[in-house]
Design a protein. Structure first.
Lengths: 241, 309
């Protein structure tokens, strides 16, 4: 466990040293703040003490940001040769993968943390549905978990960061929107299958304030599958440089 | 800790990088790993460092197999990979701190270990610089520092002196020698002089197989074969001298090197020396010797001879 945290910590420091983290946080807060408070279907326009607009903006912006964060995680280490340095230290393949996963997850957490002020502000100006907001954050974190795992997997598969990032995005877009669109065009078994596969179905059901174990199983199983596949690829060391 | 490599085989696609290699390294020994590029040195070292899994064969380090207990082996090995990969965006102290933490060195010992490494590897003046700002020689020292920080019993160095200037090469060699007194060291190189200067034992590998295993002395002896003398004789006709030399009992073959200066190359028969009979010959015929040099084969020649076919 310690190894995982050491790796995650180093990685997180790299995000901040390379300005990636600051750029991400500034853009994310800028976007979400703008749309939540100032423009479009903002809180004052809707007239309800609800953060649903914020969750929609975050849902989309995280989807786009995460592949950019994960694209270099394994591919970059492989290219620089530091993967060899790290894996010949007392670090197992699992610890490395989980360390990389946690570093990005923490970064998303750090980016989301200041938005708690939106929640407190809203609380001050009107009656809020606390459980819906808390679960909204839980939903965002679960979604991030899935996309980080997908990003890690593609970073293991492709040594070129751009290819890794674009592949992660195109796999992500299936979960994000395409399955949802397909679900509405099909009926019967196919319809319910696509509806189950669509991430937005599960995300919406959580943000509505209903936690179903089915949703949790959905998020965790995709994440686990991707992390496990990444670990297997890493263990084979048949990585292309 | 002993290292025992048994029937190691590793393929990259259809090509065998290492083919049924077996050898032992005793604790406290400094082993030089020689071979032309692509001979399988790096692959063998990566396998010992638990980075790659061999298809066949096993490696035991201190009795632990790399297949069953890699975590124990990794703790006891300090490894400097080829090309010395480092986190370029970290500064030296942060980097060494990270490596020390990964090795599970107790927190209160870490600052002390880092300072020791900075001192041993001569990094005092640079310690707050980013690794990317360092020259190649200093980066190599950081690579050594990260390999040594947990005081491992075994040190594996893959071409530790590539890209260094002559002064730095001497410094790194001195450092390896000093470390080698207490630890088991395997180092690879394709510079023979380096291996000869630092290692107790030499292993030459070619096309994935071991061709020679022994000390530099043994290697010379094995390849030297019959005695070869470069001989200059004056005081007589060059053809007479040649005839006389050829009829000596101990001489196998004579060749002219330089007719005008009366220089010959004399090859003796197996396991005998012709020096005394040549001297007697000169006394009998009133010749005098202007030059007599045993021609010793250079390690370079031996290396070429062993790895060119």
């Amino acid at each position: 466990m310690k190894q995982i945290l050491h790796i995650a910590n180093r990685e997180l420091n790299t995000f901040f040293d390379s300005l990636t983290a600051y750029v991400l946080i500034v853009i994310f807060l800028g976007f979400s703040g703008f749309f939540t408070w100032i423009y479009g279907a903002d809180v004052f326009f809707v007239g309800q003490a609800s953060l649903s607009t914020f969750f929609t903006v975050a849902y989309w912006s995280l989807f786009i940001f995460i592949p950019a964060l994960t694209m270099r995680s394994i591919a970059g280490e492989l290219k620089a040769g530091t993967l060899e340095l790290l894996l010949t230290k007392p670090v197992s393949d699992w610890q490395l993968i989980l360390g990389k996963f946690l570093s990005t997850f923490f970064l998303i957490g750090i980016a989301l943390a200041p938005t708690l002020f939106y929640y407190f502000t809203l609380w001050a100006i009107g009656p809020v549905d606390h459980s819906a907001i808390v679960l909204g954050y839980v939903g965002l974190l679960l979604m991030s978990m899935v996309y980080i795992s997908i990003g890690l997997l593609t970073s293991c598969l492709f040594s070129n960061p751009i290819v890794a990032s674009l592949t992660a995005l195109s796999i992500g877009i299936f979960f994000h929107i395409i399955f949802d669109v397909l679900a509405s065009n099909f009926v019967g078994f196919a319809g319910s299958l696509f509806s189950f596969l669509s991430l937005s179905t599960h995300f919406e059901s959580i943000t509505r304030g209903v936690v179903d174990t089915k949703d949790l199983i959905y998020f965790f199983s995709i994440a686990f599958f991707c992390l496990y596949a990444s670990k297997m690829i890493l263990s084979n060391r048949n990585l292309q440089v | 800790m002993d290292i025992v490599v048994e029937h190691l085989t590793k393929r990259y696609g259809p090509q065998k990088a290492v083919d049924n290699v077996s050898f032992r390294v005793k604790a406290g020994e400094v082993l030089g790993f020689l071979g032309p590029n692509g001979a399988g040195k790096t692959t063998t070292m990566k396998a010992i460092a638990c980075y790659i899994n061999p298809e066949e064969g096993d490696i035991k380090v201190g009795g632990y197999s790399i297949k069953e207990h890699p975590e124990i082996i990794k703790k006891n090995i300090g490894y400097l990979p080829e090309n010395n990969p480092l986190y370029q965006d970290m500064n030296i102290i942060d980097f060494l701190d990270f490596i020390a933490k990964i090795h599970g060195i107790p927190k209160y010992l870490i600052p002390e270990r880092i300072l020791d490494m900075v001192r041993i590897c001569g990094l005092e003046g640079e310690k707050h610089k980013l690794i990317s700002e360092l020259s190649k020689g200093y980066q190599q020292r950081v690579g050594l520092a990260q390999a040594l920080i947990h005081d491992p019993e075994i040190l594996i160095l893959d071409e530790p002196t590539t890209g260094l200037d002559p002064n730095q090469i001497v410094e790194i060699r001195e450092l390896i020698k000093r470390i080698g007194k207490e630890k088991t060291v395997i180092l690879s190189s394709h510079i023979l002089a380096e291996v000869e200067a630092t290692c107790d034992r030499i292993l030459i590998i070619n096309n994935g197989r071991i061709v020679v295993d022994g000390t530099a002395e043994e290697l010379r002896k094995q390849a030297a074969g019959n005695e070869i003398l470069k001989l200059g004789i004056q005081g007589g006709d060059v053809n007479d001298i040649f005839e006389n030399l050829i009829h000596l009992e101990t001489v196998d073959a004579v060749d002219f090197i330089d007719v005008d200066r009366q220089l010959f190359e004399v090859q003796s028969k197996e396991e005998v020396s012709s020096v005394k009979s040549i001297f007697d010959l000169c006394v009998q015929n009133n010749y005098y010797i202007s030059e007599l040099t045993p021609s010793e084969k250079k390690l370079e020649d031996i290396f070429r001879q062993l790895t060119l076919h």
